[in-house]
Structure formats: C-alpha cells, structure tokens
Design a protein around this ligand. Sequence first.
Ligand SMILES: C[S@@+](CC[C@H](N)C(=O)[O-])C[C@H]1O[C@@H](n2cnc3c(N)ncnc32)[C@H](O)[C@@H]1O
Length: 342
Amino acid sequence: MSSTDNWDDESDPDALLPTADDWLRLAELRESFLAAEGGRAADSYWRSRRDFELYDATFAARIGWKWDAVLRELTLRGRVPSGATLVDWGCGTGIATRRVVASVPGIQHVHLCDRSKQATWFARDALATHHPKLKITLHAPAADEPIDILLASHVVGELAPEALEELLALAARARFVIFVEAGSRPVSRALGAVRERLLPSFDVLAPCTHSASCGLLAAGREQDWCHFFARPPAEAFTSAFWRRFSDELGIDLRALPYAFVALARRGEPLPPRGTRVLGRPRLLKGRALLECCDASGVATRTLFERDAKPLFKRLDRSGELLLADVRSEGERIVEFHSLAGD
Ligand SMILES: C[S@@+](CC[C@H](N)C(=O)[O-])C[C@H]1O[C@@H](n2cnc3c(N)ncnc32)[C@H](O)[C@@H]1O
C-alpha cells in the first residue's frame, strides 16, 4: 500500500447524525443500487467518505443483520467455515468481513477488494479499529496465494458478465464460499445460477439440505425464488434513528428478506439431512402452507395447527430457522422434528 492510499481527513464516527441532505443522499444511493441491480448503472456510485459513513450506519447495518442470520444458521447446523485467509469481494464498507471475523476464529489475513479503492480504505479502517492484529490487503490475492473463505455480499446482482466470471474464478480457488444477497427474485435466481456453476466442485453447507440442483430453478418454477427473512435486533424498532430511517426512505424495518448460499469444497460428502422451509409460511385458519425444500425439490406442504401447536405459534416470527426432519403423508405434514437446535 502506498502512503497516498489513505484518507486526508480525520473522521469522527460520533458525528454521523444525518442531515436533511444526508437522507436525500441515502435515497439517491439506494436508487443507484437498484439501478445497478437492473444493469442500468455502469460506474461507481460512491462519491465521498460521507457516503461510506452513511451507508455503513444504515444499509450496511441491515446487511449485517442478514449476515448474523446466516452465521447463526451455519452455527446451529455445525457448518461454520474455518481458515486463516479471507477475501471479501465487492467489500463496500466491509460489513460482511466484520461480521465473519467476529464469529469465525482463526482468520489472520483479509483481502478487501472493491472497484472503489475508497471503499477498501473505509473497510480497512473500520476493520482495523476492532481487529488491529489482522493483516489487511487491499486487493485480491495473487494466483498462487491460498483462499480459505471467499465472501461476496450484495454484489452479484450488479455485476457485468466479465466481472461475475472474475468473482467465480476466485470462488473456484476457495475452500469455502459464502454469498449473501438481497432477497429479490432476480438476485436470488442469479445466486441460484452461481450455485449451479460451483456445484461440481463444492458441497452446499446451507441453506439447502442437499447438494443437488436447486428445485426452484426447475422448469415451471420461474416465478419462484429462494429467500428467507432475518430478524432485525430490538433497536430497529425502538430507536429514533431507525424510525427516522424508515420514515425518510420508506423502508419497512420488519421485512429483511435475503438470499444466501454457503459452500464447502468437495471432500467427505455431507449426508443430505432434513428439509429447509423457504420464505415465510403462509398462515391460514388452523393450518399453514410451507414451501419445503429437500433433495427431491421444492413442494408446498400443509401443517395443521392441531398437529403441532407449539411450532405453529412460532411460524409467523420473522427470522425463525425452520429446518427439520419432516414426514409427510401426501401434502400433509405428519411429523416435524426440528433440527435447528431449539
Ligand atoms: C451494494 S455494495 C455492497 C457492499 C458490501 N459488500 C456490503 O454488503 O455492504 C456493492 C459493492 O460492490 C462493488 N462492486 C461493484 N462492481 C464491482 C466489480 N466489478 N469489481 C469489484 N467491486 C465491485 C461496489 O463498488 C460496491 O462497493
């Protein structure tokens, strides 16, 4: 890193308090992300260090809550990746790395990669504050350097085909890969296609309970997409800051949809185990419709309240990890043994 690769101003994280202009800028940034996802933006949307401060305190914080849900699921399933070298591709302010480093022990070297070098500076500074001993490099590893864990967060949807190939080439070298993305249909289906590309060399750690082709990419399921809902922390509903965020940007804080896939390089095959319930159960009177995914594909099953009273009460809780050994008779679920450690 050269001595010029740095900020020339001193930032004060306590000075964030967004002004009216800041809220407008956040709305503009959000538009830019959506435009980029729709293939309508070619260049970087970042303009200033203030952009990163605002983003990190708001959109990135929400992305952090999604990473919390993913890491919780991997932990509950006993499938947390490990390794010393981590690459965060399209790192932005580095929220994904910060969450992973906080819950995966043993990481020593982090590569922060982004087409915006200012983003990598911000990510580096934020990471180093809490982890001063980490080695941090602001570019991708050279061809002969190992990659233990590759992260990509909220970037797949905005990549041109060549950039996606670049990311997939890095993923192909990694021992573990985790992608966390927006829970929208186009982005989730794009992630499904990435999963298919990596399957020949990887097993799926989560959310799938199998490493077969994705049942939602099957013919006739074009309108469906794999996604989940994370549970925001209490502060999202109690703090004046988040209320203002919700009012200013028209974002419903209760809904935090995300899509993800975590993969491990093929080794000992992971035995397929259980059924993962996708999206949100559809609650009807006395019964619920569950989108059940397993190695045989995705099928809608009915859970009757009288068959599973305590479970039924939890079905409308956002962020509930529904992973179970399920036995069905026809479309009716007759046994649902949770594997989610609850
Ligand atoms: C929506 S932001 C997400 C940032 C971060 N990963 C997160 O989850 O908060 C997408 C990031 O990807 C970066 N990006 C977009 N296209 C890229 C490319 N072709 N190569 C590297 N980074 C790219 C952008 O500069 C931006 O920082």
